[in-house]
Design a protein around this ligand. Structure first.
Ligand code: XUL
Length: 533
């Protein structure tokens, strides 16, 4: 039986899942994860971000991601798995983050010395020492400039799937070009986190897939090619610096001699990597329309497969390419796990106290409410953070816990309406989906059945399944997406929760109150959202 490795380089951690599969069955035979802050403390990150930048700026280190990959490969090599059976590797990465490489990278990637860690050899290939990541909210000016240059917000949204967003790669590239023109001129290739790590595995520049390419404000959804008006509006000479775009099942190469000599891996196929949300689509089994998934991670996201791209005319959501070759609707909330952690820490709670607080407070929280904008928010756009509290006494810890979870769930429900998906079932994933008290609020707010998975990291599982799918195609085997996920994702649904109809009716009323409070708060903050007309 062949083995397939999926990797997920997220904001805070790196995860690996190995699947063993043949025509009859697929099962998880290995899973391991570590947090960047703890595994590689020399990089000084906090929650995967380099601290101390200006407000709104969020950067991390591409060398950290490279060394983390090396640590993980060492760990897998020492696991006792029969690596000679490893057929293919695919990956998932936090979306939007960009890595800037100079012209030396092309040769250095192919000639890494097996005795040395990647960072020591790649440092000289960087034309920018840090990578801006998806939490960055500092490019409003560049968003406006690109929007103007590409024919307006609607044109950009219709062509690329999203209006200009601060964290998207195009605005970040433009800011780099404006602020560090010499660094930009020295840049030969702008990679995403996903294509950078795939390049490191394959020992040569790897392409970008449409799933992650659509998080750049640079790719035309319909053609899955770079869209010249957006590329030209972003930075001069950018077209020559962008990697190729290629379908998600493309083989980028084989595992380079570095990994073979350093850790004893075989020359397995390296499949093009994708973003964590597109990979999660596969890892939660959403290969058909009609089911939505919610990922509760560093960011909270809600997404669903779309056969045809239906653009969000409210401009809050995105249409991305899906690894299946279809499309996906996605809405992203920056105040996910870190916001939940803020409330937990504010009241000195453990996660089990947090659950107990949810269980001890009534649905609807007796009208007490919160707008949970601890950090700049993506949906709705809030550039100046600030939490709004309604009826919440400062010392009422349990009520604050319920208020943040209810606020997050109501915001998810309200801002996913543009996808026009009738949500009757939700596949819940991400770290916080292990908490059934949070899932109970989710089920009641949406009035939908919620399924919980045994494998919490659906992005990583999705990457491993993508490795399986791409390897089958490369061998000339016919394997449909239904067959790829059948028998893997389904048996991993370990728990199903039905909504309580009375509580759902209560939340329908509260959601109108929440929407009104959100609108009122937005009227008083600098949000900079372009007009849909
Ligand atoms: C997606 C987004 C986040 C990151 C998190 O648009 O910004 O979900 O992908 O890793």
């Amino acid at each position: 039986m062949s083995l397939y490795l999926g990797l997920d380089s997220s904001t805070q951690s790196l995860t690996a899942i190995v699947l063993e599969a043949d025509r009859a069955a697929t099962r998880v035979v290995y899973e391991h994860a570590f947090a960047f802050d703890e595994a590689l403390p020399a990089y000084g990150t906090r929650h995967g971000v380099i601290p101390g930048g200006e407000t709104g700026v969020a950067v991390s280190s591409p060398l950290l991601w490279a060394d983390a990959l090396d640590l993980m490969m060492a760990k897998i090599a020492a696991s006792g798995l029969d690596l000679s059976r490893l057929a293919a590797i695919a990956g998932s990465a936090q979306q939007h983050g960009s890595v800037y490489l100079n012209a030396s990278a092309a040769s250095v990637l192919g000639r890494l010395h097996p005795d040395r860690v990647p960072s020591a050899q790649l440092a000289g290939c960087l034309s920018r020492a840090v990578s801006p990541i998806w939490m960055d909210a500092s490019t409003s000016r560049e968003c406006a400039e690109i929007t103007d240059g590409a024919g307006g917000a609607l044109a950009l949204a219709e062509r690329t799937g999203s209006r200009a967003f601060e964290r998207f790669t195009g605005p970040q590239i433009r800011k780099f070009f404006k602020q560090q023109p010499e660094g930009y001129a020295a840049t030969d290739r702008v990679h995403l986190v996903s294509s950078f790590l795939a390049s490191l595995l394959a020992g040569r520049h790897a392409p970008i897939d449409p799933g992650d390419g659509s998080g750049m404000n640079l790719m035309e959804l319909a053609t899955k090619a770079w869209w010249p008006p957006a590329v030209d509006a972003t930075a001069p000479g950018l077209a020559a610096k962008l990697p190729d775009l290629a379908p998600s099942w493309t083989i980028a190469g084989t595992l380079s001699p570095y990994w073979q000599a350093r850790h004893g891996f075989p020359p397995a196929r390296v499949v093009v990597w994708s973003g964590d949300n597109p990979c999660s689509l596969v890892g939660t089994g959403l290969v058909r329309e009609g089911v939505a998934a919610i990922s509760l991670g560093t960011s909270d996201t809600i997404f669903s497969l779309m056969r045809e791209p239906r653009v969000d005319r409210t401009f809050t959501g995105h249409v991305f390419g899906a690894p299946t070759g279809d499309f996906m609707g996605l809405t992203v909330f920056a105040n996910g796990s870190i916001a939940r952690e803020r409330v937990r820490d504010q009241f000195g709670l453990t996660w089990s106290d947090f659950s107990a607080a949810l269980a001890a407070t009534p649905p609807g929280n007796d009208g007490r409410m919160m707008l949970p904008w601890f950090d700049p928010e993506i949906t709705p756009l809030v550039l100046q953070p600030g939490v709004r509290r309604f009826g919440l006494a400062p010392d009422a810890g349990a009520a604050h816990v319920r208020a943040i979870v209810e606020a997050q769930m109501m915001a998810l429900a309200l801002h996913a309406q543009w996808m026009q998906v009738e949500v009757t079932t939700i596949h819940a994933t991400g770290g916080a989906s292990a908490n059934r008290d949070i899932l109970r609020v989710m089920a009641d707010v949406f009035g939908a059945e919620v399924c919980q998975f045994e494998v919490g990291n659906s992005a990583c599982l999705g990457a491993a399944l993508r490795a399986r799918h791409a390897d089958a195609i490369a061998r000339g085997e016919r394997l449909t997406w239904d067959e790829v996920v059948a028998g893997v994702v389904e048996p991993m649904i370990s728990f199903r929760l039905q909504p309580n109809r009375d509580h759902h009716a209560l939340y329908e009323t509260l959601m109108r109150v929440y929407a009104a409070r959100e609108a009122e708060a937005l009227a008083n903050v600098e949000c900079g959202l372009p007009n849909a007309e």
